[in-house]
Ligand binder design. Structure first.
Ligand code: PGA
Length: 304
């Protein structure tokens, strides 16, 4: 039955599933709204089940819709890979690279991407920056070519390899009394008002594990949704936090102090991965290869 669906219908459906909107899909594909609606009606008739639920103005995929979205995406991606292979045969080296990285990786990934793009000017890059939870969801939905995060989830079938260290340090306001002490215990840190990343953040997960490993809990004063907000709150005297050292030295507007805490820095590894069994495009292979060689030779410069 599904073989009666046309390629155009699947293309329209994939765009709606990805963009969450009929209007945006019609804009992206340069089609009129009635054409898009008509194509989706025909597709739902072929499938024999509704593909969308309209809740208010929002569109949600039904179970059948989700299933079809995965297949539609695989078909689009195979065609893109085929396009790229043919381009490669012509020696063009052109294509698309879709990367999704956790927010803490945004301090070094764009620099590496810049170098890669200079080597391959024909490659169009899309970089999605979001928190760990969302990166894992994107991987499960097969939305991108490659994913960068520091703790790959054990439940998700992600073929991931480490490529660089991610050191986590304890940060405090520059005038904080603990800046005068050496070898501070985690007990003392647990007593301080703590600024915590949002649920879904990989940094938060590591921080919780660090405290739990010593039977402690941070004294959470406030939850903030980004590394930058936490740094500014530390400088503003609202509390202390544990963040990746990569976040330091980026805004040139004053920096938190790094405390000398026993056992720190805690060193995680950055991983790059893709869902197991996913066939990488030529461009994604080239980027993976570049990143691994590049970071083995010399990690991207940190500012400090
Ligand atoms: P986050 O992830 O930016 O979601 O905190 C960081 C990490 O994976 O270590």
């Amino acid at each position: 039955m599904m073989s009666h669906a046309t390629f155009r219908q699947l293309e329209v459906f994939e765009a709606i599933a990805r963009l969450g909107s009929f209007t945006r899909a019609s804009e992206e594909l340069h089609l009129t709204q009635p054409t898009v609606s008509m194509q989706m009606k025909k597709l739902a008739d072929t499938v024999g089940l509704p593909l969308f639920e309209h809740v208010g103005r929002r569109i949600h995929l039904t179970e059948a819709g989700k299933e079809l979205a995965i297949t539609a995406r695989e078909i689009m991606q195979s065609l893109e890979r085929c396009d790229m292979s043919i381009a490669e045969m012509r020696g063009l080296k052109k294509g698309k690279l879709r990367l999704a990285v956790v927010s803490t990786a945004k301090y070094f990934v764009p620099r590496i991407l810049g170098e890669f793009s200079r080597l391959h000017p024909g490659v169009e890059v899309a970089l999605k920056v979001t928190n760990r939870q969302r990166v894992l969801e994107r991987a499960a939905e097969n939305l991108d070519d490659l994913y960068i995060l520091s703790q790959p989830a054990s439940h998700l079938e992600l073929a991931a390899q480490p490529f660089m260290e991610n050191p986590l340090v304890v940060m405090a306001p520059p005038e904080h009394p603990l800046t005068q002490q050496r070898n501070i215990s985690l007990h003392s840190i647990a007593r301080e008002p703590f600024l915590m990343r949002e649920i879904g953040s990989g940094t938060r997960l590591t921080v919780e594990q660090i405290f739990a490993s010593q039977g402690l809990k941070p004294n959470i004063r406030m939850e903030l949704g980004s590394n930058e907000a936490i740094k500014q709150a530390i400088i503003g005297g609202l509390g202390i936090s544990i963040l990746s050292r990569h976040t330091l030295g980026t805004d040139g507007m004053g920096e938190p102090a790094v405390l000398d805490v026993a056992g720190f820095p805690i060193v995680n590894q950055w991983h790059i991965g893709h869902p197991n069994g996913k066939q990488l495009s030529i461009v994604a292979e080239a980027f993976l290869d570049y990143l691994l060689k590049r970071t083995m030779k010399q990690p991207p410069q940190e500012h400090q």
